[in-house]
Design a protein around this ligand. Structure first.
Ligand SMILES: O=C[C@H](O)COP(=O)(O)O
Length: 253
């Protein structure tokens, strides 16, 4: 497939990983050969405790790192929070914001997600803004409307192709082994691109990387990564196994 946008594969380790698991990142770096480097960008988003050692371990590999969340605030009395600038200081280039696990388990609204994305951009991190519908919303025929509302509420004004990544992650596909059909992914990604055009202007929207996430694995990656307007993947479970992660990266090349 000829791509007009350089794809990105980002691994979201979620709440998994201790120092010993740096070996997984090292193995991924070993397999990220010259041909893959020429074709696909790669990032790993470990737990915050591992950002600094992982970034250090990956120096020279051209694999970027990212946080899994960031605070809306820059600094101050916010116990337990991590500012975007702290992630950047630890070596991160990206910050996932608005993941459905944050939206659902921590009650994050579109306004919160937008503030986090803005905070990330201020710290010169690229936010990976997650959107996606629930099973009930899809079955009720509301998937496109739900995602459109999330996009409009979560994306900072003035974002450009260089300062924004969007990840479409149907909530019902995350960690379940279920995936939408290629046709459903195509319909959603085309709608997201069109909506970004309205929000950011056609030129900016044309270059924003739109990732698909939700049960991406080696067995379905080729099909999903070859859907129009899919510019890479946000990978959960499969990113914890270097061999599987690399197979997904190869599917994007
Ligand atoms: O951020 C990653 C997504 O939640 C996908 O997770 P999964 O690949 O384990 O389904």
């Amino acid at each position: 497939m000829t791509r007009s946008i350089r794809p990105l594969v980002a691994g979201n380790w979620k709440m998994n990983g201790v120092k010993a698991d740096l070996a997984i990142a090292a193995e991924a770096a070993k397999g990220y050969d010259a041909a893959l480097k020429a074709a696909v960008d790669l990032a790993i988003c470990p737990p915050a405790t591992m950002l600094y050692p992982m970034t250090a371990a990956l120096i020279g590999s051209r694999i970027a790192t990212g946080g899994q969340d960031c605070s809306t605030q820059a600094a101050g009395a916010f116990t337990g929070e991590i500012a975007a600038a702290m992630l950047a200081d630890a070596g991160a280039s990206f910050a996932i914001v608005g993941h459905s696990e944050r939206r659902t388990l921590h009650g994050e609204t579109n306004a919160t997600v937008k503030a986090k994305a803005q905070a990330a951009q201020t710290a010169l991190l690229v936010p990976i803004i997650c959107v996606g519908e629930t099973r009930d919303e899809r079955e009720a025929g509301k998937a496109l409307a739900v995602v459109k509302k999330q996009l409009r509420g979560s994306i900072p004004e003035g974002a450009t192709a260089a300062t924004l990544v969007v990840a479409y992650e149907p909530v019902w596909a995350i960690g379940t082994g279920l995936t939408p059909t290629a046709a459903d992914v195509a319909e959603m990604h085309e709608a997201i691109r069109a909506d970004l055009s309205r929000l950011l202007g056609k030129a900016a929207a044309a270059g924003v990387r739109l990732l698909y996430g939700g049960s991406v694995k080696p067995s379905n990656a080729v099909e999903l990564m070859n859907v129009a307007h899919v510019d890479g993947a946000l990978v959960g479970g499969a990113s914890l196994k270097a061999e599987d992660f690399l197979a997904i990266v190869r599917a994007c090349a």
